[in-house]
Design a protein around this ligand. Structure first.
Ligand code: ACO
Length: 405
């Protein structure tokens, strides 16, 4: 099994060993020692994504994410995730055309009208969750859960999410949504729909790289949520809504917004060291650090750090990045907890004028491809995902009539 090879150079922790022994001896899962938060529990095989948490390596369908950042683009990565192999030229062009077509990118006018009914204070993640759920009602394949229909819906969702994110940004600012431009790549078109202006080459490249880096990450919380939903034989829209709900939390995708709020609180790079030392002394949880799987720096962080620096220089201020670099140096040395993907992405987006509460929706715009690939894989070899809970409550209580309580 791939995971046995991957973990073979790491001695299992005591609970992990006990668990493995209990399972080998034919004991039931309920009898094996329980690890909070399903830590290190392998719930399924997958051919989509591999993480080596000790070496800091991330691989999509066999290809190192560093190579994909250097040579690929998001449209190609979507094909790779959905089909399990790199496309040839013809397939790549066809895939990019499907993702860029106005028919697939545009939102139904009734959905735009629905978004306009939302209170202006609705956060972008709430608007996205609501919008994706509503998109299902307009989808021509809604009732069809075949592989082909799920693939079509997955392509449409990947094409529609940037339009939805940008439309809500415009609507909440009292502006009209900008129609998608089929001549632009998915990344460039997103920047265009947000601002109404064609992006610089660096802005488009940054978004493309950010989309590649966030596209999949094995059995992370939101993907697991999406797979649990898919495993009931529910549809891809429902699974993506589950994924969005799980991504929103500050311990997962919501951390990138919290990182920027921390940088704004610190404000001055000269004050960063004292601020973070006090935060550590106060036992604060520092957003953008730590990971359930990585024991070293997240391999995605270096790319986002580089882009944040380039964009900061172009925008005339690298203050946010300087703050985060100081925070990273102190946290890594003092706590041996290292930057994750969420530490530097926000600094890059902020240099482009993207509001902080849009950082997590941007994450979702990319991860939708991973969620959908996992739905396709789950449906391809399905069994209901239904774990057990260890009951620790009372039992055999005598019912007390209301009058006697
Ligand atoms: N700041 C301070 N301490 C931390 C941090 C952190 N960011 N991360 C872990 N720790 C400490 C905990 O306090 C705990 O210490 P203790 O054993 O002395 O109590 C120990 O490390 C283990 O922490 P857990 O929360 O049990 O580790 P877990 O694997 O459950 O958590 C998580 C992983 C949630 C990502 C955690 O590192 C965290 O909260 N990070 C901040 C939020 C964040 O950046 N999330 C994004 C992750 S990447 C992604 O989802 C896209």
């Amino acid at each position: 099994m791939w995971y046995k090879e991957a973990f073979s150079d790491r001695p299992p922790s005591t609970p992990e060993k006990e668990y493995q022994e209990a399972m080998t001896n034919g004991a039931s899962a309920a009898a094996a020692p329980m690890k909070a938060g399903l830590e290190d529990v392998v719930v399924s095989t997958t051919e989509i994504c591999f993480i080596d948490g000790h070496k800091g390596r991330l691989v999509y369908r066999g290809y190192d994410v560093d190579d994909l950042v250097a040579h690929s683009n998001f449209e190609e990565v979507v094909f790779l995730l959905f089909h399990g192999r790199l496309p040839n030229r013809k397939e790549l062009e066809a895939n990019a055309k499907t993702l860029s077509s106005t028919a697939n990118r545009k939102l139904p006018p009734k959905l735009i009208a629905m978004l306009r009914q939302l209170p202006r204070k609705t956060t972008p993640m709430e608007a996205l969750r609501t919008g994706v759920s509503a998109l299902s009602a307009f989808d021509p394949d809604a009732a069809d859960n075949s592989h082909e229909a799920t693939l079509r819906k997955s392509m449409r969702l990947t094409a529609q999410l940037p339009t939805l994110v940008a439309a809500w940004e415009r609507i909440r600012r009292g502006k009209a949504p900008v129609a998608p431009n089929p001549k632009l790549s998915l990344a460039a078109n997103f920047v265009y729909m947000m601002s109404g202006k064609k992006p610089t080459e660096l802005a488009a490249k940054t978004f493309d790289v950010a989309l590649i880096l966030h596209a999949d990450h094995e059995f992370n919380a939101s993907t697991f949520a999406a797979r649990v939903t898919a495993a009931t034989l529910s549809d891809v829209h429902s699974a993506v809504v589950s994924g969005i709900g799980a991504l929103k939390g500050p311990l997962h995708g919501g951390a990138n917004e919290q990182v920027m709020l921390m940088a704004q609180k610190i404000k001055d790079p000269a004050k960063a060291e004292a601020w973070i030392r006090k935060a550590i002394a106060d036992k604060m949880r520092i957003m953008g650090f730590g990971h359930r799987v990585y024991r070293v720096e997240d391999p995605r962080a270096k790319h986002l750090r580089r882009l944040a620096l380039e964009l900061g220089k172009q925008a005339g201020s690298t203050a946010n990045l300087e703050i985060l670099e100081t925070v990273a140096r102190v946290v890594s040395t003092e706590k041996h907890i290292f930057p994750n993907v969420d530490l530097f992405s926000g600094a890059a987006y902020a240099s482009m004028g993207i509001p902080t509460d849009q950082f997590t929706p941007i994450f979702a715009m990319s991860r939708v491809a991973g969620w959908a690939a996992h739905v396709l894989e789950q449906h391809g070899n399905n069994r209901l995902i239904r774990p057990r809970g260890e009951y620790t409550g009372a039992i055999d209580l005598k019912y007390v009539p209301l009058a006697n309580r």
